[in-house]
Ligand binder design. Structure first.
Ligand SMILES: [Zn+2]
Length: 642
């Protein structure tokens, strides 16, 4: 399960722009350079492993284009050929083609990866045809509707389609052959639910086209995407040679899975992978099912990460002292756990993100297979490299606009980054794992709290972070550079109730769980303690923290109550709280927030530029290219494109 940046505090805090935070921009899409300074702390052997794991990511990267559209790979090849042959094309036309191609790569096709909606070029069919030249003329004709007609396959994934089409027919992704409906596939037993395309062959029969490379002995034949998976496997083989035994075993199971496509081998990989926690970690596979309206087919994605050394040490200290924080929680003793075991959470910097893995994903908990994580646990990744890159690219604009005083701006600029990291670490390490439920409950709390459970749980984790931010223990452990960090965190927590309204374009209710929890915290504390005040000045609304001490008391009150509700499965109580404080907002206030944001002219969508790893002899070096187009063309060239 992934966590997207705008659901976290990340963009609410908004750090000062460091030198050139934004590398490039096309329309409302911003391009940011990912950095991974921890790479320099790796041994040459680890760096070599990182290099070959990254090569496996590059090899599998084209798959997602085909999964998202049956025209995807052909469009990709056409655009890449045109942008690498600019001779004779009018510069203003070429600029439009280059801009469109950047967005095409960023979204892995011509449907926006966040909204699923098709976007069309600013250049015309005739301009593209002229730029492509006679050899590609027929190809441009064939791709005409897929590129230029906004009504042709308008949504890649349509979970609530209007009109007569069902969710499969209305979704243009390539997980199913064109026109297949839910009725057509009813009763069909999938043997490869996650990694196959369901196709109707000419005699009307359904077949599963399995994504697999085939086994070397030929017993299992190659399937769909064999060429990419074979190439990924040969890079994985090289990575395996540089891996320690546990990771080598995990890599071997992935190679096996890519050969056979057998779901059993995928589970074996998950078991080996989740029990290994190396400094250079990775994932690669058909993983998330959000892109399939049916929620069955996995999209191809991968990443390679290096542990964020600055944060890792801090998280370990928190983890080692988890019992202290449990003992000092503001709730009833009977709901305190003995022998707290915090979840494995790793702060990481990405060395590469490829396929369907995007820079706006700043948290990821894997594997998704229940049979694996129930028995062997899960790994929680916090992509701090990504959240920092997004914050720096956003710049100080939102903080300057929404902070209520120059002091608040100064605190935010000085300590916002540290407050953000601390908030995340506390939330993940001691927030979610804390507390004990009543032995009277015969089911998990989610069973009793139903649609309010996630809001409660995210709220509890946020409140644990806020509660402990002022605990002197943090100073003693060297986890906080000044008590002002906690003040910056409290200011951000108050502001977010206002700033997050920009994400809700319609209506007057909040639906998303993280947004509800943040609204609940602020409105509850305003009502019960008066520590936060909503003021108007010059036609603008601000949230002011009047007293940090009183605000902390309010945090403690709500935290104790949420823990009691969770422990007792008290549905009426959570419903009353969330419905009263977490759901409704004034649409006029939202409109005001939207217009203040509009003036800041920030990107709506983000795309990451990966660090560049280069192998010369035995040595791997890392650089930050800041040139998205060159990087994508280099990946394409490695995969035999244009
Ligand atoms: Zn959480």
């Amino acid at each position: 399960m992934i966590r997207i940046a705008f659901l976290s505090f990340a963009l609410a805090a908004s750090m000062p722009a460091q030198d050139g935070g934004l590398a490039d921009r096309v329309g409302n899409t911003g391009f940011v350079q990912l950095t991974a300074e921890s790479f320099h702390t790796l041994t040459p052997r680890e760096q070599a492993r990182a290099y070959w794991l990254s090569q496996a990511s590059i090899a599998a990267d084209p798959i997602i284009y085909d999964q998202m559209s049956r025209f995807g790979l052909r469009q990709k090849r056409l655009l890449e050929t045109v942008v690498t042959h600019p001779q004779g094309v009018p510069p203003e036309v070429m600029k439009k083609i280059v801009d469109f191609t950047k967005l095409f790569w960023a979204n892995k096709g011509n449907h926006n990866e966040m909204t699923s909606q098709k976007f069309v070029p600013d250049f015309t069919f005739e301009e593209l045809k002229a730029a492509a030249g006679p050899p590609l003329s027929a190809e441009v004709d064939t791709l005409r509707a897929s590129l230029f007609d906004p009504d042709f396959e308008p949504m890649t994934t349509a979970k609530s389609p209007r009109g007569k089409l069902d969710i499969l027919q209305a979704s243009s992704n390539n997980y199913y052959s064109p026109g297949l409906s839910l009725i057509d596939i009813k009763g069909f037993q999938e043997r490869y639910p996650l990694n196959s395309r369901l196709a109707q062959v000419p005699d009307g029969k359904l077949v599963e086209q399995v994504y697999r490379a085939g086994t070397p002995d030929g017993k299992i034949p190659p399937g769909l995407y064999a060429q990419y998976l074979r190439k990924a496997n040969s890079a994985l083989e090289k990575a395996r040679a540089y891996a320690d035994p546990a990771q080598a075993a995990a890599i071997a199971s992935l190679i096996r899975f890519y050969q056979t496509g057998d779901p059993h081998d995928w589970v074996q990989f998950g078991i080996a992978w989740v029990q290994d926690n190396p400094v250079v970690d990775f994932d690669n596979g058909f993983i998330e099912v959000y892109r399939d309206a049916r929620g069955a087919k996995g999209s191809s994605q991968s990443f390679v990460t290096v542990t964020d050394q600055t944060l890792a040490g801090r998280m370990r200290k928190l983890s080692d002292n988890a019992q202290y924080f449990e003992d000092h929680a503001p709730w009833l003793a009977q709901y305190k756990m003995q022998g707290v075991k915090p979840p494995v959470a790793k702060a990481v910097e990405a060395l590469i993100e490829a396929g369907d893995f995007h820079v706006s994903t700043i948290g990821d908990n894997l594997p998704n297979e229940t049979e694996v994580h129930e028995k062997y646990g899960s790994k929680s990744f916090m992509f701090t490299g990504s959240s920092h890159a997004l914050e720096h690219a956003t710049g100080p604009g939102p903080l300057e606009e929404f902070a209520s005083s120059p002091e608040e701006v100064a605190l935010g600029k000085k300590y916002g980054d540290e407050a953000e990291d601390l908030m995340t670490a506390l939330h993940e390490v001691i927030g979610h794992g804390s507390g004990k439920v009543s032995p009277k409950l015969t089911h998990e709390p989610a069973y009793y709290l139903k649609e309010y459970f996630s809001t409660l749980e995210e709220g509890r984790a946020d409140l644990m972070a806020l509660w402990n931010a002022f605990d002197p223990k943090l100073q003693e452990l060297g986890l906080i550079s000044s008590p002002d960090v906690a003040k910056a965190m409290y200011n951000a927590a108050a502001r977010v109730a206002l700033m997050q309204l920009r994400r809700i374009l319609k209506g007057d209710t909040i639906e998303e769980d993280h947004q509800r929890d943040r609204q609940l915290i602020v409105r509850y504390i305003m009502d019960k303690t008066g520590a936060i005040e909503q003021i108007e000045r010059g036609g603008k609304t601000y949230m002011v923290v009047r007293s940090y001490e009183k605000m902390r008391a309010g945090v403690g009150m709500l935290l104790a109550e949420l823990m009691r509700i969770k422990a007792e499965g008290d549905y009426p109580a959570i419903k009353a709280l969330v419905d009263r404080y977490g759901v409704h907002f004034d649409p006029k206030l939202r409109d005001q927030v939207l217009s203040r944001y509009a003036k800041l002219n920030l990107p709506t969508y983000w795309t990451g530029i990966n660090p560049q790893l280069t192998l010369r002899g035995d040595t791997v070096t890392m650089s930050y290219p800041r040139d998205y187009m060159r990087q994508q063309l280099a990946y394409a060239a490695e995969n035999g494109g244009q």
